[in-house]
Each structure stands twice: as C-alpha cells, then as structure tokens.
Write a protein of this length. Structure first.
Length: 149
C-alpha cells in the first residue's frame, strides 16, 4: 500500500470540512439553526457545499495545470486543455437551484477523478496521488448526495 504523506493527507481531510458540515446541516435541523445563528445562511446546507465545491474544482484545475508543466509538445497541449475543464465545469454548471448544482458538482468531481487518473497514468503525479484523490472524492460525493436528495 502506498503511504500518503502526512501534510497532503491532513490538509486534504481538513478540506472536507465544508462538505461534511454542509451535509450535517442538511441532515440535522438543529445544526442548521446553530449554523444559521453563528455563521449565517451562506455557510450551511447546500450553500456552503456548492460554493466551496466550485472553489475546489477551480483549485484542482490549478493543480492539474501544475502537473501539465511536466509535459512537452502535443501532450502539453492536451494536458493544459484538460486541466482547465474542472474550473470551466464549475463556472458553467453550478447555476440553477441547489439540486441541479449539486448533481453537476457530483459529475464534476467524478470527472476530476478521471482526469486525476489520466494524469497519474501519464506519470505526472506522485505515486500517492490516486489513493488520496479516491479517498477525498468518495467523501465529497457522499456529502453532496445528501444535498441533492
């Protein structure tokens, strides 16, 4: 089994907090009220998940862009073009209501995992990348499912 370095693992898990909090405030009215009173409506339920999910897809575009810098020629063109897809997806597909935006984020994170896999197969990522990305993606999608029900 590949050992994920501590810093990326802990920071990746910390990055799940808005998704988990959003799911918890969808599932628990008491937590939703507490969140509403303490941090406001933007930071509870689907709103925190949808906004943060869009930010993370854009962030991951930047990560893939960084991996693309390891390439040359035709492969560079392909990798750079692929790297901007998650950000474009978030920009164009997270409008509408919370349910459709949540479904589109699920598709966005699923597509991102496929891009992670492609970049990994091309030898552009660290060897621990896919175990980390699979773990984080499963949790993100699991949390978003509560929002779209």
């Amino acid at each position: 089994m590949i050992q994920i370095p501590r810093a990326p693992l802990l920071l990746g898990l910390a990055g799940l907090i808005p998704f988990i909090w959003g799911a918890l405030t969808v599932l628990s009215n008491d937590l939703a009220v507490l969140g509403l009173q303490s941090v406001g409506p933007r930071f509870i339920g689907p709103y925190v998940q949808l906004f943060y999910g869009s930010v993370i897809l854009a962030f991951m575009s930047g990560v893939l862009w960084g991996f693309a810098t390891k390439t040359h020629g035709k492969q560079a063109w392909i990798c750079y073009a692929l790297s901007v897809l998650p950000a474009l997806w978030a920009f164009f597909m997270t409008g509408g209501g919370p349910k459709s935006a949540g479904i589109n984020l699920i598709f966005g994170f699923s597509g991102l995992l496929l891009l992670d896999y492609a970049f990994s197969c091309w030898g552009l990522t660290p060897n621990w990348w896919m175990p980390l990305r699979i773990l984080l993606t499963i949790i993100v999608i699991g949390c978003l499912i509560f929002t779209v029900q």
